[in-house]
Design a protein around this ligand. Structure first.
Ligand code: ATP
Ligand code: MG
Length: 564
């Protein structure tokens, strides 16, 4: 078969996994077929690390005209649930990927059982009655051979009988396991008679109580790949030492089948780890269960649903994954890079609106009472097709408290007595002073406007240094605004000796009351907003017309790097 040019090209470029796949295609392996799988365990929600694996698994299939299937790796009924299965499907679809078939490792329980029986009959597996601690103690070290179990040479008939009992409920959890009889001196520890079946007395979310004996990861994963016809089984680096065992079981399974045309090949890439975050499902589950965050989709969580609720677009997540790339060594990825990807993406798609988060009243003394004007505001300067909307101007406005200073230094180009600023899309105003309460707090700022200076009028381009956003007091809506920050206060919580709970950033969520323009309050379908001069925001799922709630996705600038 002649190698198509596209494949020749791809062998030279692309990430290292793409190069391996292209080379396999060029060699004519698997009859030119490409099949990958994404194999989540339905024991939690997907996080951004899974998104990286998803981009790889689906990306390879898309790039080489193959298919990527989903396989729920549901071999441990203790922790798994259909709630997670549904959430996983939703998140993959949101990321923009289409799977071929949906499989479950539990679909293969019978086949795996039959295979285990065959190994027992061939003298290649035995029932061990030792505790897991005893088994671990006999494993040895990479440089020191392990010790053989006293049960290693149990007669085949007895093994068969006990294995049946492991599955009938007669054997308590932890009392017996089935181990593959391989080599207790092998330098690869995974070959030292790995446990391949254990007893779990818990109903399974799909198979109910049919099974009590459940296969271990190493006895299910490669075999499932083989049963399905996976050509490239792509996973993370911690599975490198498992690969020889993966190949060993497939060799055992093939039963004389010619695997040349059908052998799943495991390829490993580096995990995604984020600074100021954790990726372990166990820890994420603890945060949820202990109420330390507001659910799996808390906008501070690194979960796909958390990022979605925070206001990240799927394109931003994918852009970030592209930026960090795929390598063969582990690293810690900078959270600021994820935010930079979000800013770049949201700059293109966000609807620009006005919001005032820390309001103080501005009164334009020479603007007629009761008069209003509808001024034109551009929806998105990055995309003319997004059009414009209007914003109401009047005599009494809200501006940000930080935008006023009574005694300002020379370089302060915002509002201060005796100086002019432009009110965005509106007029140039001259600040005349402020009013304070008995405690010296500023309650009102006063100014006068120049009627000739309205934005867009001929001759209105008179230069002033500052431009401020504002809202008309009688034409805006109150809104709750949730300002989110890093979930953890240290860069690498997993590297600390302290419990991860103690490392949570206590200021990771601030709730404030502000105001938002009427137009923004009506746009409940628009997910991505920019509050001008402040940052990117999105409607929270709990937001309603009566109680508007917005989440901050990310500020306009990276001020975190300066803080630390
Ligand atoms: P746990 O935290 O329970 O160990 P897991 O990472 O093993 O979870 P799975 O549901 O088994 O989670 O993972 C499904 C797939 O996603 C696997 O192929 C795994 O290699 C990949 N994956 C998981 N975490 C990451 C990560 N941080 N970066 C890249 N890929 C990941
Ligand atoms: Mg796993």
């Amino acid at each position: 078969m002649a190698t198509p040019d596209i494949i020749k090209e791809e062998t030279k470029k692309g990430n290292f996994v793409e190069q391996i796949v292209a080379a396999d295609l060029a060699e004519g392996k698997n009859g030119g077929r490409i099949q990958t799988r994404f194999p989540p365990e339905p024991n939690g929600y997907l996080h951004i690390g899974h998104a990286k694996a998803i981009c790889m698994d689906f990306g390879i299939a898309e790039k080489f005209g193959g298919v990527c299937n989903l396989r729920f790796d549901d071999t441990n009924p203790e922790k798994e649930d259909t709630e997670y299965v549904e959430a996983i499907l939703e998140d993959i679809a949101w990321l923009g990927f289409k799977w071929g078939a949906i499989y479950y490792a539990s679909d293969y329980f019978q086949q795996l059982w039959d295979f285990a029986i065959r190994l027992i009959k061939e003298g290649k597996a035995y029932i061990d009655e030792q505790t897991s601690e005893e088994i671990a103690a006999q494993k040895g070290t990479p440089t020191q051979p392990g010790i053989e179990s006293p049960y290693r040479n149990r007669p085949i008939e007895e093994n068969l009988r006990l294995f049946q009992q492991m599955n009938t409920g007669e054997i308590e959890e932890g009392k017996m396991v089935l181990r593959a009889k391989i080599d207790m001196a092998n330098p690869n520890m995974h070959f030292r008679d790995p446990v391949i079946y254990r007893v779990i007395n818990r109903a399974h979310h799909r198979t109910g109580t049919t099974w009590k004996a459940y296969p271990m990861y190493d006895f299910a994963h490669g075999q499932s790949d083989f049963f399905e016809g996976v050509t490239h089984s792509i996973c993370t680096l911690e599975f490198v030492p498992h690969r020889p065992l993966y190949d060993y079981f497939i060799d055992e399974l093939k039963e004389g089948k010619d695997l040349q045309d059908h052998r799943p090949r495991q390829i490993e890439f580096n995990r995604l780890n984020l600074t100021y975050s954790v990726m372990s499902k166990r820890k994420l589950l603890a945060l949820v269960k202990e109420g330390l965050v507001d659910g799996w989709d808390d906008p501070r969580m690194p979960t796909v649903c958390g990022l979605r609720r925070r206001g990240y677009s799927p394109q931003a997540v994918r852009k970030f994954i592209d930026m960090i790339g795929y390598t063969k060594y582990d690293a810690l990825n900078d959270f600021s890079m994820l935010e930079a990807a979000a800013r770049e993406d949201l700059n293109q798609r966000a609807l620009r609106v006005s919001a005032v988060l820390n309001p103080v009243k501005l009164i334009i003394d020479n603007y007629p009472e009761g008069q209003t004007e509808e001024l034109v505001a551009i929806n998105n300067p990055e995309n003319e097709n997004d059009g414009t909307h209007t914003i109401t101007f009047s005599r009494e406005l809200w501006i940000e408290r930080e935008d006023f200073m009574e005694d300002a230094p020379k370089k302060f180009f915002r509002m201060t007595p005796g100086k002019e600023v432009r009110l965005k899309n509106a007029y140039i105003v001259l600040c005349t002073g402020c009013v304070k309460d008995a405690d010296g707090n500023i309650t009102e700022i006063h100014c006068e406007y120049d009627p000739e200076s309205r934005s867009g009028l001929p001759g209105a381009d008179r230069k002033v240094k500052g431009t401020l956003h504002w809202l008309s007091v009688n034409h805006c809506k109150p809104a709750e605004v949730r300002l989110y920050d890093r979930l953890f206060s240290v860069e690498d919580p997993s590297a600390s000796d302290l419990d991860f709970r103690e490392l949570l950033n206590k200021d990771s969520k601030k709730v404030i009351q502000g105001f938002i323009e009427q137009y923004a309050a009506e746009q409940t379908q628009t997910t991505y907003l920019q509050f001008q001069r402040i940052g990117y925001f999105t409607y929270d799922k709990a937001s309603s017309p009566d109680k508007l709630i917005f989440n901050r996705t990310v500020g306009l600038k990276d001020n975190w790097s300066k803080k630390v």
